[in-house]
Design a protein around this ligand. Structure first.
Ligand code: DMJ
Length: 578
């Protein structure tokens, strides 16, 4: 009896062990295949970046942006925010905008030689004492953000710079620019003018109209500048504007799209998560991650709930009147595609995934994402049929891949890359698309193609840059490290015993800002019986439309690990905080 049991076990062992071995081998094999694919894909993105960069350097530098069809340039800094570039000034000859926007991407690609060369050139040649009327928001996210981020990357502990004895030249330039911004905030409300002349300040009879994103998305760059220089005026001005803006919200915690900085009155009451508002939400969440202010976290929570409650319809987001919450425009705008990425930071992974899928379907339908798409009729907007090489879908794809490690997102990235190469790549760089129905091109390579589109695609396939440091990315894709000494109050996950930095020496973990700050949930969605792996801190999304019915559906908050509850509107959250 005993002997026959032993024989059975031995036989079982002989059958099972090779099977396990084969399974392990095939796992290993598919992991290797995946790694090889990631490598191949990242090399393809690298080539795309350099095709755009080299052509800019050849035909446009030191002007602002490349015109890839005619192989010439445009000094667009003074017209950013106006895609038509109608009123370019005569006496302005560019600020090497695309080079500034490329700095952090060069570091992420590991090209420190070019990074250093660019720093030397900018240190010796860049001046903001120019008679150019610039859009404060655009100049802040592209130029100030580009310089501040590059300064940090030039001075962190990685010793990237070899030849140069770096003496904070980029920070000096950033500080000079920041000072030129300050007159814009001298309004009765503290809300900044949308436009400022870099040499002369606010011009006479300047328009007092601005947008919510225009005055509510300055805190990351100006806050970082204050932390780096010790001059608190930048952060104070940006924070004051943000507080004022927030005080103008409706009882539904909604904001409008445009407003008057002199009176603090709303001009356009309809708003959504796209153009004119988008980065306002993004900066609340990211400012909390970067500076750890509870005040901003509370603003974000209320604002986020407002969005989910009044703008969301299944996976889509329409616009609504801030006073009543009544739906106004049923339109997808391509800028909205950043939202799933933000939701990953929040921890709403399933909601992020469902919206991302819809955006990608529209991308597939047209080959790229049109600027505006009418949701109620599922057709293109009659005039806004363009695609100016925007990054938002790639950005969300990167965040979702980081959160889930689902290889499906790599397929999305590959498909985005294929479309860009098929439709927008020309001999002289990458051109925007004027009309997605004809794929007729526009002679403009926007600087955000290098700052964001290529960067997010690259990070999707090669995230080694994120391994040893937690970063948040500004709305223009410039990384800012999450530092303990910038934090008013650290979320518990950051509180390490040595107190010297977020992660040092042996305590270093292979995780990013978002996986520490937010719940690292992973799931495999494309299978019929989706398998879900959740961390202890995950916020479960409930039901097909992500709404909860009872507190039990809500799980635990990713930041505090406190139990969440179900709101009257059916959303999970830390409601006692609000
Ligand atoms: C970028 O300049 C920034 O992402 C901004 O917030 C809005 N979108 C453009 C690119 O589409």
């Amino acid at each position: 009896m005993f002997q026959s049991t032993v024989v059975k076990w031995i036989l079982l062992y002989l059958v099972i062990s090779p099977t396990i071995f084969i399974i392990c081998l095939s796992d290993l094999h598919s992991n290797n295949l995946l790694a090889a694919k990631r490598k191949r894909m990242s090399e393809r993105v690298r080539k795309m970046f350099y095709h755009a960069y080299d052509n800019y350097m050849m035909y446009a530098f030191p002007h602002d942006e490349l015109k890839p069809l005619t192989k010439t340039f445009t000094d667009s800094l003074s017209e950013l925010g106006n895609l038509k570039l109608e009123h370019l000034p005569q006496q302005y000859n560019g600020s090497a905008l695309t080079l500034i926007e490329s700095l952090s991407s060069l570091v992420i690609l590991g090209n420190y030689t070019e990074f250093e060369k660019a720093i030397i050139w900018l240190s010796e040649n860049l001046s903001f004492d120019v008679d150019a009327r610039v859009n404060l928001f655009e100049c802040n996210i592209r130029v100030l953000g580009g310089l501040v981020s590059a300064h940090i990357l030039a001075t962190d502990s990685t010793n990237r710079l070899v030849q140069l004895i770096y003496k904070n030249q980029l920070l000096d330039l950033a500080e000079d620019l920041g000072r030129r911004f300050l007159p814009a905030f001298k309004t009765p409300t503290g809300l900044p003018y949308a436009w400022i002349n870099l040499k002369h300040g606010v011009i006479v009879d300047e328009t007092t109209e601005t947008s919510t994103s225009g005055c509510g998305s300055l805190i990351l760059e100006m806050g970082a500048l204050s932390r780096l220089t010790g001059d608190t005026r930048f952060e104070t001005a940006a924070l004051r504007a943000l507080r004022k803006l927030w005080s103008m919200r409706s009882s539904l915690n909604l904001l409008g799209t445009t407003l008057d900085v002199a009176t603090g009155d709303w001009i356009e009451y309809s708003s959504g998560i796209g153009a004119g508002v988008d980065s306002f939400y993004e900066y609340l969440m990211k400012a909390y991650v970067l500076f750890g202010r509870d005040e901003i976290w509370k603003m974000f929570q209320s604002a986020y709930i407002g969005v989910q409650k009044y703008f969301r319809h299944g996976p889509w987001y329409h616009e609504a009147d801030m006073r009543t919450g009544t739906a106004t425009y049923w339109q997808l705008t391509s800028l909205q595609a950043f939202w799933p990425g933000l939701q990953v930071l929040v921890g709403d992974i399933e909601a992020a995934n469902s919206s991302h899928r819809e955006f990608f379907k529209v991308w597939k339908k047209y080959g790229v994402l049109p600027e505006r798409y009418l949701l109620d009729h599922q057709v293109l907007h009659p005039t806004e049929k363009y695609y100016p090489l925007r990054p938002e879908l790639a950005e969300s794809t990167f965040y979702l891949y980081q959160a889930t490690k689902d290889p499906w997102y790599m397929e999305v990235g590959e498909s985005i890359m294929n479309s860009l190469n098929a439709h927008t790549r020309v001999k002289g760089g990458f051109a925007s698309i004027r009309d997605v129905t004809t794929m007729q091109l526009e002679d403009h390579q926007h600087s955000f193609f290098l700052a964001e589109t290529c960067k997010y695609l690259y990070l999707l396939f090669d995230d080694s840059f994120l391994r040893n440091q937690n970063y948040i990315f500004t709305t223009e894709g410039h990384p800012l490290p999450v530092r303990i000494n910038w934090h008013e109050k650290l979320p518990r996950v950051y509180n390490l015993s040595d107190g010297s930095s977020i992660k040092t020496g042996k305590q270093r973990k292979r995780s990013s800002a978002m996986s520490l700050q937010i719940c690292p949930a992973s799931m495999i969605h494309h299978e019929p019986n989706a398998r879900r792996l959740e961390s202890a801190c995950h916020i479960p999304d409930t039901g097909a439309d992500h709404r909860c019915f009872s507190d039990d559906d809500c799980g635990v908050d990713a930041n505090t690990c406190r139990r969440r509850s179900c709101s009257l509107a059916g959303y999970c959250g830390l409601w006692s905080l609000i």
